[in-house]
Each structure stands twice: as C-alpha cells, then as structure tokens.
Write a protein that binds this ligand. Structure first.
Ligand code: HPA
Length: 243
C-alpha cells in the first residue's frame, strides 16, 4: 500500500470523509502501531490518520507521534495536511477562524521528539521553515480560489497539556510572540521534517485562551466550535489534493 498525501485529523476530525474504497490498516513500526485508513480521491491515494484515535481516546501527551509519522513514511507519504484545534492569544484571531501555522514555540515537557536517539547518528534538523512553505502557499491559494477565509500565518505555542493553561501562562505566551495555543503540533511537525515530508497545519480557532475571554474553557466548547467549522477545512484539503 502506498499513499501520495496524508491527512492528520485532530480534535473533531475522526474520519476522512470523501475517500472511496477505504482500507483500514494497522501498521507496525519500530515505535509501535499506527492505525491508518487509505482511500482514493480524484485519482490519488490518500492516507487518513486520526491523531487522538476514534472517539478521542488518546490525550495529546500520549499520542504516539513517532509511530504515526513512521507509518506514514512506510506508506511513502511525502505531503501531510494536518488539522489542529487551537485557542487564540489575540483578540483579532477569533473563534471559528482558520489559520495556516508558519512557526512554533515548543513548551512540551515529556515527549519523544526525534527519530535520532544516537544509535542511528546524531542529527540536528533545520527548523528555519518547520511548516512546508510550498504547501502553505498552496493552501493559501486554494483557500483564495474557493472563497475560504484563512489567515496566512501564525505562531503555534505547543503546550504539554492535557490541562488548559493558566492566565499567567497565556500572558507569557502572548509576550513571547505566540498567536495560538494547542497541544499537538510538536513533535508531529518535527518528526515529519526528520522524515523529509512536506508538512503543513491548518489550525481551527475554537476559543479565546484563558484570560483573553472572561468565560471558563471546556473541551465541549472546543469540540463544538470544531464541529461547526471542520467542513471548511475538509473542503480546503480535498480541493488542494484534487489540483
Ligand atoms: N489551549 C490549548 N489547546 C487548545 C486550546 C487552548 O485554549 N483550544 C484548543 N486546543
């Protein structure tokens, strides 16, 4: 089995939709097992991976990022389109909006962040363009052509989770230059880079972060806003794949 593109679905995205002749695969990798669906769309083989598993069973700090990216590599995937639910650090980035992530700040604490543990050499991967510039431009062009509004860039602060942030942390992240906050882009983007894939993320803003809005934040709010906006992202990804 091989695939040209992969879609990684985050919170609220548990099936690929639109794919035909879908095979459900369990792929063994040196890092563990990954569950991936492969189907066809517009003559291309597309892999779909649900980051948190069906029914959102795996919390962000327990996702086996290495197995997932290794499995995609085994399938020959070269281009990855990922979704991510994020909170906004800025008033001008509102819930319901889409944003093409172009950089990250890593605030995670306990994750396996590399394929290179020493046995296979010491490798320091370049991070000057962590999210593939070519795919980012293609996403922006595709959105424009299809009348889908998307912010062209933004810095993703990746926290360890699974708890949401304190007000003081959010104040700090905003001062550090972050635009949005999520719990999954690191190490996924780093591992994809190590695997020489072109990887991009469209973030779906589901809420204002703690202290930016004056209400409590719940996972339900995140899931509901995600559900209301995910169709835009799906359309964007499939229009891009069809090109
Ligand atoms: N913080 C962290 N992760 C998130 C948030 C948030 O406010 N919203 C969606 N994912």
């Amino acid at each position: 089995m091989r695939a040209d593109f992969a879609i990684i679905g985050g919170t609220g995205v548990y099936d690929a939709g639109l794919l035909s002749s879908v095979d459900h695969l369990q792929i063994d990798t040196p890092f563990g097992v990954s569950f991936i669906d492969i189907g066809e769309y517009a003559g291309q083989q597309v892999a779909f991976l649900s980051r948190h598993g069906k029914g959102h069973a795996v919390p962000p700090h327990r996702v086996n990022y290495r197995a997932n990216i290794a499995a995609l590599r085994q399938l020959g995937v070269k281009q990855v389109l990922a979704t991510a639910a994020v909170g906004s650090l800025k008033e001008e980035i509102a819930p319901g909006e889409l944003l093409i992530v172009d950089d990250f700040i890593d605030m995670t604490k306990s994750r396996e962040t590399t394929f290179y543990e020493g046995e296979n050499g010491v490798v320091h991967i370049d991070m000057s363009d962590p999210y593939c510039g070519r795919l980012r431009r293609l996403i922006a062009e595709t959105a424009d052509r299809n009348g889908i509004e998307v912010k062209p860039g933004g810095v993703y602060v990746c926290t360890e989770g699974p708890r949401f942030e304190t007000t003081a942390e959010i104040r700090m992240y905003a001062r550090l230059g972050g635009d949005v906050v999520g719990m999954t882009s690191v190490p996924e983007v780093v591992l994809a880079k190590e695997a020489e894939m072109c990887y991009a993320t469209v973030a779906i803003v589901t809420n204002y972060c703690t202290g930016i809005a004056d209400s409590f934040l719940t996972h339900q709010e995140v899931a509901d806003t995600m559900r209301a906006n995910i169709e835009k992202v799906r359309r964007l990804f499939f229009e891009l794949i069809k090109r």
